[in-house]
Design a protein around this ligand. Structure first.
Ligand SMILES: C[S@@+](CC[C@H](N)C(=O)[O-])C[C@H]1O[C@@H](n2cnc3c(N)ncnc32)[C@H](O)[C@@H]1O
Length: 264
């Protein structure tokens, strides 16, 4: 078991945190009044955010099962979030008990909960790091301990890149992380979009601006660029509720794109 804890006293409860707001959307209890107020403002402006968060979570679970069933035994899950069961390691282990999972998040509250809930086995680790510093992630001892870069790896960037602004060069980060992966590895990525609710994007991004992260929704073409150098698994980059499952034609858009893709 690998753990890098974080003193609870350093957790900022004066401003909303995306991880805790997301926990609230998913019906969790690991959130504070300040998070609920911000999340409620978003839900008032764009009620589909709650459906989108749950659809995103379901996508993550389907993607991990899909990859574990195809023999992937290593997962680097960046932007883990406050653990919501079943998490990546529980799904992977239900298929392959020997699967190894490195979780990374930059929010101390996630570290606090990760200690209790993510680290049940010897082949799961968590550490605090920022995806804007991919070299530190790749060089971290927990990664060396858990991940063999001679074997296929699933890099999971699920609902995290929209917290990286264009100026911070998210494509460069995905490229740096992807270069470390051997051929036959996979990228699992989902991302918020305003393609379907453009008129609400202003209010949603304004609430996040007040939080500890800026939200940058991206278009289908903008999200697709992250998959340069990868072959998309069917059905390609779609709204997450459509990924490898049938949904009724009249189901409203969820506003989150997602795909799984294989490194060339
Ligand atoms: C919406 S949650 C997604 C959780 C999980 N991946 C899922 O899809 O269910 C986004 C997570 O990304 C984390 N995050 C945001 N910016 C980050 C960054 N620059 N580096 C690492 N983690 C980040 C947040 O703290 C939060 O826990």
């Amino acid at each position: 078991m690998t753990e890098q804890g974080f003193p609870a006293g350093e957790i900022d409860t004066s401003r909303p945190h995306p991880a805790r707001m997301y926990d609230y959307y998913l019906g969790g209890k690991d959130n504070y009044e300040v998070d609920r107020e911000a999340a409620d403002r978003i839900v008032d402006a764009a009620p589909e955010v709650v459906v989108g968060a749950r659809a995103n979570r379901d996508f993550l679970q389907r993607a991990v099962s899909f990859l574990a069933e195809r023999g992937v035994r290593q997962f680097i899950d960046i932007g883990t979030g406050i653990p919501t069961s079943p998490n990546t390691h529980e799904i992977a282990h239900s298929v392959a008990p020997d699967a190894r999972i490195a979780y990374i998040d930059n929010d101390p509250i996630v570290a606090t909960h990760a200690g209790a809930r993510l680290l049940g086995t010897g082949n799961t680790g968590f550490f605090l790091a920022d995806m804007r510093d991919p070299q530190t992630i790749l060089g971290h001892p927990t990664i060396s301990e858990l991940i063999d870069f001679d074997q296929p790896v699933a890099l999971m960037l699920v609902s995290v890149l929209h917290f990286v602004t264009d100026e911070e060069d998210p494509r460069g980060m995905v490229t740096t992380l992807g270069e470390a992966l051997p051929d036959g590895s996979y990228l699992v990525l989902s991302h918020a979009t305003a393609d379907f609710h453009a008129e609400k994007a202003g209010e949603v991004t304004a609430v996040y601006k007040n939080a500890t992260a800026v939200l940058t929704p991206r278009s289908h073409a903008g999200v697709l660029e992250f998959f340069d150098g990868y072959d998309l698994v069917e059905p390609g980059l779609v709204q997450v509720n459509h990924w490898q499952q049938e949904v009724p034609e009249d189901e409203p858009p969820v506003g989150v794109y997602g795909a799984v893709a294989r490194k060339r």
